[in-house]
Design a protein around this ligand. Structure first.
Ligand SMILES: Nc1ncnc2c1ncn2[C@@H]1O[C@H](COP(=O)(O)OP(=O)(O)OP(=O)(O)O)[C@@H](O)[C@H]1O
Ligand SMILES: [Mg+2]
Length: 390
């Protein structure tokens, strides 16, 4: 060890015990710490101010008459964590729900300098608001095949959306060409294909989606034989009638089991199917529409579900009564807010941005859930064909 003149050991960088900072350094650190605290307090204050203003602008506030005149009240910020992630804990106004803030989130986020907000309930009357600096659904994600238990419908802003197959509702899925409808369907079918208690059926104008199932007797892949389209749908209605007749007297819903598997009737490119039928023979088109209307109205209670895919779920394609039977609704990119409105009540704030959504991003309306955004799992056609192969 080198010694100095004073006899104290010399300190070389990186050698020996760390030096205790001198009082000057300590004072500087202390001042820096106080400056950081001050800056943080300012940032937090600015954020609270911005939150108040944003709530006023986005309709998440309320004007209350007081003796001194009308006063605007906004959900009060109880705490700010500057993070990352930056999180606000807010007290909801009387009668307000976290859902109300979630709806307003697309308007609130830009004013808070965020790309999006994640709003979650926190106890009764409170919400946790996380400021996101990137879209949580930005990255594609791949599906792992699950051959038992619930199926994964996609990743929502608050996590994966899993559904037990018997809990699937009738579904309708719309979106412009190349928006991701078929890919989402591949994901669903890949997960359902090898289950003992599920059968895949339906008609597919594209000739691709149901091709791996084409050997099944309730499947039509491609539109080369239009009579077969009617024949298969009539056979599915017969299956439904048989099940309805076989329903035990003490039940109003037939449980899904080995004897009565869930039958998922996929109608891929439904407008194309209708167009082909109408062109060949309008009476056949009408008969096929009536068959599908019966499936939608009566088959749910006997373990059958319809999944209808179209570029736009307009009235000429699916009437209001049939649309109302489809409780599960997905809209991939569509051309206008009006198209969103066809399927999603209460999605006004999400609709404008959705016109430019990436492939695989959908708005969803699902039983028991507020309307939201979802990223469909991705798998290529080759992966799908392999997953479904016997
Ligand atoms: N979930 C996804 N994640 C990433 N990319 C996707 C996803 N879904 C679709 N895509 C991309 O978009 C392309 C088109 O998707 P898809 O064929 O499913 O669209 P579509 O809505 O069925 O179109 P069409 O109406 O023309 O049949 C895919 O080939 C893929 O490149
Ligand atoms: Mg398609």
């Amino acid at each position: 060890m080198t010694a100095t003149n004073s006899g104290a050991p010399a300190r070389f960088p990186g050698v020996g015990a760390p030096a205790r900072p001198g009082w000057r350094t300590r004072r500087r650190h202390h001042a820096e710490h106080r400056a950081d605290q001050h800056a943080a307090a300012l940032t937090a204050e600015r954020l609270i101010w911005a939150w108040r203003q944003a709530c006023e602008g986005a309709g998440a506030s309320r004007t209350v008459d007081t003796p001194s005149g009308p006063t605007v009240s906004t959900p009060a910020v109880a705490s700010v964590t500057l993070g990352p992630p930056t999180v606000l804990i807010v007290r909801l106004l009387p009668g307000q729900l976290p859902e109300d803030l979630r709806k307003a989130a697309p308007r609130l986020a830009p004013h808070l300098g965020a790309v999006a907000l994640r709003v979650e309930p926190r106890g009764l009357g409170w919400a946790r608001v996380e400021l996101l600096d990137r879209d949580p659904l930005a990255d594609p994600y791949r599906i792992r095949h699950h051959h038992a238990g619930p199926v994964l419908l996609g990743l929502t802003e608050s996590g994966p959306l899993w559904v037990d197959p018997p809990d699937l509702p009738h579904m309708i899925c719309q979106g412009q060409t190349r928006s991701g409808k078929s890919t989402w369907t591949y994901g669903l079918l890949a997960q359902l294909a090898h289950r003992r208690t599920v059968r895949i059926a339906g008609v597919d104008a594209s000739g691709l989606t149901l091709r791996p199932f084409a050997v099944a007797d309730r499947v039509v892949s491609g539109l080369a034989d239009l009579d077969r389209v009617e024949h298969v749908l009539a056979a599915l209605v017969d299956d439904m009638d048989t099940r309805l007749t076989a329903m035990p007297v003490d039940r109003d819903v037939l449980p899904v089991d080995d004897h009565h598997p869930l039958i998922l009737v996929v109608l891929e490119e439904w407008p194309g199917i209708l167009r082909a039928l109408d062109t060949a023979d309008t009476r056949q088109g009408k008969r096929v529409r009536a068959l599908v209307a019966r499936l939608l109205a009566e088959s749910h209670k006997v373990g059958m579900r319809v999944l209808l895919l179209a570029q736009r779920a307009e009235a000429t394609i699916v009437g209001a009564a049939e649309r109302a039977q489809c409780a599960g609704r997905l809209s991939f990119r569509v051309d206008s807010p009006e198209a969103v409105k066809l399927l999603h009540a209460g999605a006004e704030d999400l609709a404008p941005d959705h016109a430019g959504a990436d492939p695989g991003i959908a708005l969803y309306t699902w039983p028991g859930l507020p309307v939201g955004r979802l990223r469909a799992p991705y798998l290529s056609y080759a992966e799908y064909a392999r997953a479904v192969a016997p």
